[in-house]
Design a protein. Structure first.
Length: 705
């Protein structure tokens, strides 16, 4: 018994000793694998592993770790595999130095928190107390599948996030990175490549997202910034978001907004492959570049509400050698800037079908929309409206060479001294097209019919008293020398709205007599062609006889019909005719739809297509000739004595016209004769509104057996 107890005692003693030993035993947090070796050595701390590191090695994080000494490389390569763990550097940051060759540091699948209060480590006798990360000449820093946080809590020391030397690179792949709160710059450099291709690069690739904010400057370096299938947010910095960078944006989402000085300050800019770029609400220019800018037809760019300090503008092409080209299909807005929307000293070319909006900009001096002292080409699809200049050229102030494709919308701009819409200087050249009758002058709601002199001292005036009138028409075309013009109208101004009468009749009179079950009724719904469509008619070219209405306009006349349930619509009898002689419109120019809500049917007529193909003439449009929908409907055999048949019809959103009558009962009340009733506001709008009356008539005949 005693012997057995001794054995138990020895086992317990051994267990106690093991437990005591475990309480002071250290655990491995990192593993260092030497280059060319499969086996690794485990260490308790990251700094212990770094002390044994040599060129080409890999450090693997086995748990969350930290470094007091930071990461310093002297011409060597190091890979850190995070395995999803976090590495924190709160005392010393990162210094990648060049020795006999450039150094390269790579993080894989790691969360990296870099906020050192002592700057970088010392490498080869050199350190940088004012920067969190320094990348020496031609060295590389890679982050793959990682998260990087550099939001400093003590921005005074160091004052810079990442500092570049010439030829250095930062590459982000499938990585989220935040850099912020520095009293200096988020990214900075001593690089000056003297007009050559930049050798220092910031590459944001493969679904990465970089956010730089709340620094003095965001990315202030002469470096190449590539955003490919990735996102860059460089916003809310106290100074410039960037300063002289080259931007290459490919399938990119970029937001450079709300900065204290310039937004996208660049040398060269390339935007392509469905990129979306916002440069909004910066205190100075939203975009300023001095080299080359290109934008393809798949991308969109918003440059809105910049020059919050009212000293700059939206976009500036800064130098005489600056050149910008925007391809057809691109979408650009330059709206609401407190300065010129576009300020050009170089060459700016917007191809013919660029969707360009320049709206509601305000400049204290000249050129509310565009200030041009170089060469500019504006697209047919441009909208330059509601801009204001304190002096001249509310829409465009041209002191160079300007070519404006015919069709560009330039109207309802305003200038304090002269030239509400376009100012052309003494030696400037201007090519511009006609106004469009679709344009409506905002201060009087009259249709615009041409360009008029609007020079200082002789401003356009057609709406005042006779003694105040100044109405001097200016022809479009090629002009050289002083010209101050406004898109306006003459004395015989056309109001933008028409208010046609509505007439309803039945069987040629103001009432319909009683009908019997089985009777057929022939109905006609009559309206008129919208005369104002004639104002959009042009020739296909200067020598062509054929007239057409450009495709950019849209006009459909829609007849709606709603019958009582005891009427049976015969779709096969429906036809559309033009003028009272009954010239039939081919079926491909109208569509009959049934079962739309409470409607029995509706007929949509493609008026512009019918005109362009010769089925409606110019004179018929101009004279608002009748257009008639006719069809038959039968009184149901189930109708009984005393029932009422009713048919309501309207065109677009006009008031409904009603014709009704009893079954058998001959005492039919009058339907009311002719009355003047206004179309609703939407119904009388130029595009898509009916112009004319709706007439519903019914003629009885016995239903064929």
């Amino acid at each position: 018994m005693k012997k057995k107890m001794n054995k138990v005692f020895m086992v317990c003693l051994a267990a106690t000793a093991m437990t005591a030993g475990m309480s002071v035993m250290s655990f491995a947090n990192v593993k260092l694998t030497k280059a060319g070796s499969a086996a690794g050595v485990e260490y308790e701390t990251f700094d212990e592993a770094m002390a044994q590191f040599s060129d080409g090695d890999t450090i693997e994080l086995l748990s969350d770790s930290s470094t007091e000494k930071g990461i310093g490389l002297a011409g060597s390569q190091l890979t850190i595999n995070g395995n999803g763990h976090t590495l924190t550097a709160n005392t010393k940051g990162i210094y990648i130095a060049k020795a006999n060759k450039p150094g390269e540091l790579t993080f894989n699948n790691c969360t990296v928190e870099i906020d050192p209060n002592e700057g970088t480590p010392t490498v080869m006798g050199e350190g940088y107390p004012w920067a969190a990360v320094v990348i020496n000449f031609n060295c590389v820093l890679n982050f793959n599948d990682s998260k990087v946080f550099m939001n400093t809590k003590h921005p005074a020391a160091p004052n810079t996030g990442i500092y570049y030397h010439e030829g250095s690179k930062v590459n982000l792949r499938n990585t989220e990175m935040e850099v912020g709160n520095y009293t200096g710059n988020g990214f900075s450099a001593d690089v000056n490549d003297n007009g050559k291709k930049y050798t220092s690069e910031l590459n944001i690739l493969e679904k990465s997202k970089l956010t730089v904010s709340k620094c003095r400057g965001g990315i202030t370096a002469a470096m190449q910034i590539t955003v490919n299938d990735a996102t860059l947010i460089n916003s809310r910095n106290r100074g410039n978001a960037s300063n002289g960078a080259d931007y290459i944006l490919e399938n990119a989402i970029v937001d450079i907004s709300e900065n204290g000085a310039h937004g996208m300050s660049a040398r060269n800019i390339t935007i392509k492959d469905n990129s979306s770029v916002d440069c909004n609400k910066n205190n100075y220019y939203g975009v300023t570049f001095y080299g080359k800018m290109t934008m393809d037809g798949t991308s969109a760019w918003n440059i809105n509400e910049n020059s919050q300090k009212e000293t700059s503008g939206g976009m500036r092409a800064q130098k005489s050698f600056s050149a910008g080209t925007v391809e057809s299909g691109a979408k650009i807005t330059m709206n609401g800037n407190k300065g010129n929307a576009l300020e050009n000293y170089g060459t700016m070319t917007f191809k013919k079908n660029v969707n360009l909006e320049i709206l509601e900009n305000s400049e204290k001096n000249n050129g509310g929309g565009i200030y041009n002292k170089g060469t500019i080409e504006l697209p047919a699809s441009a909208y330059i409206c509601n801009n204001h200049a304190g002096k001249y050229g509310g829409g465009i102030y041209n002191m160079g060479n300007a070519k404006i494709f015919s069709g560009a919308s330039i109207y309802n701009n305003h200038a304090g001294n002269g030239a509400d819409d376009i100012y052309n200087g003494e030696s400037a050249t201007l090519k511009f097209g006609d106004t469009n009758k679709e344009w409506i002058l905002d201060d009087c709601n009259h249709a615009i019919d041409g360009w008029y002199d609007d020079a200082e001292g002789s401003r356009w005036n057609a709406d005042g008293g006779e003694s105040e009138h100044h109405i001097v028409l200016v022809n479009s075309g090629n002009k050289t020398g002083m010209l101050q013009i406004k898109a306006a109208h003459g004395l015989d101004a056309d109001d933008k709205e028409s208010r046609p009468d509505i007439d309803k009749k039945a069987d040629g009179e103001d009432e319909i007599k009683g009908v019997k079950p089985g009777d057929n009724i022939s109905f006609t719904l009559e309206s008129h062609l919208p005369a104002r469509l004639a104002g959009f008619v042009v020739r296909s070219d200067s020598n062509a006889e054929r007239l057409l209405i450009p495709e950019k306009f849209s006009e459909r006349m829609i007849f709606h019909d709603e019958m009582s349930k005891n009427l049976e619509f015969d779709k096969e009898t429906l036809k559309v005719t033009v003028r009272n002689e009954g010239r039939k419109l081919p079926e491909e120019y109208y569509k009959v739809e049934t079962g739309k809500g409470d409607e029995t049917f509706r007929v949509s007529i493609a008026l512009i297509a019918a005109f362009n193909d010769g089925y409606i003439t110019y004179d018929e449009l101009k004279n608002a000739e009748p257009i008639i929908v006719s069809y038959d409907a039968a009184v149901s055999d189930k109708a009984i004595d005393g029932d009422k048949v009713e048919n309501r019809a309207w065109v677009n959103d006009s008031e409904k016209d009603i014709v009704d009558g009893p079954v058998i009962d001959p005492d039919v009340p009058s339907t009311g004769g002719i009355g003047t009733k206004a179309f609703t506001a939407a119904g009388i709008a130029l595009m898509g509104a009916a112009a004319g009356a709706v007439i519903v008539t019914g003629k009885r005949k016995k239903k064929e057996q």
